[in-house]
Structures are given as C-alpha cells and as structure tokens.
Design a protein around this ligand. Structure first.
Ligand SMILES: [Zn+2]
Length: 130
C-alpha cells in the first residue's frame, strides 16, 4: 500500500535530482561545444560556479555530469564546483550583507525589502583541455 505521504516524498526526491540532471545536461552541452570549437582531443578540467540559491547538491551534479559525458572527450575531466554565497542589498538602509542562514531579512534593520546581488548565478568559469 502506498500512502499519500510516501508518494509525495518520492516526487520531491525525484524533482530534486531532475534539477541537477537538467543543469548537468545544459552545462555538458556547453562544455562539449566549446571543446569542439577549440579542437580539443580531451577535456581535463571543468570549473563551475553555482550561486547558493541555485541549490545544487555537488555530489548529485557531478554524478549526473559524469553519466552524461561518459562517451565523450570530457569523460575524464575533473569537475571543480564552487558555491557562491548569497549577497543581498537592503533597499531600506542600503547596506550589503551576506546571507548566513535562510533568514531573508536585513542583518542591520530587519527589512525584508531586499535585492539579490549574488547567489542566483550559474556559470562555467573555465574549461581546460589538450
Ligand atoms: Zn537594512
């Protein structure tokens, strides 16, 4: 018997993993396209930056990436993942601050009127190969 609770929990796990797979597919396509353009015979290292708000699980991402590139010139590439902390700017008092937990309010005045400066980005810092 499947209870509602178990069923929805399963869906939640799947959607989390899908997030990493989708990003890994997009990034691997960009890596392979760039490698082809540079006439590389193999990709040795890929450095990727994720904003903290992208909520990537590095191990799952790397696993998904490896699966996707396993029959390509990037199959032996080292994957270097950097998580960029969330930086906010307060519209009320003007201060910049770093988000330390999931408390989305200004660390000085407590306002919730905030702009996100860093933390949503996702980009390839470098692709190394030969
Ligand atoms: Zn403030």
């Amino acid at each position: 018997m499947i209870t509602c609770h178990e069923f929805s929990f399963q869906g939640f796990v799947n959607s989390l993993i899908m997030h990493e797979i989708r990003i890994a597919e997009d990034l691997s396509a960009i890596v392979l396209q760039a490698a082809r353009k540079e006439n590389l015979v193999r990709v040795t290292k890929v450095s990727i930056s994720f904003g903290q708000l992208v909520q990537i699980v590095p191990d799952i991402f790397e696993f998904a990436f490896r699966e996707i590139v396993k029959n390509t010139i990037a199959r032996k590439a080292k994957v270097d993942i950097e998580i960029v902390p969330v930086k906010m700017n307060c519209n009320s008092c003007g201060i910049d601050f770093q988000l330390t937990d999931n408390n989305f309010s200004c660390s000085v005045c407590g306002s919730a009127d905030l702009n996100i400066i860093n933390g949503k980005e996702l980009f390839i810092k470098s692709i190394e190969g030969e």
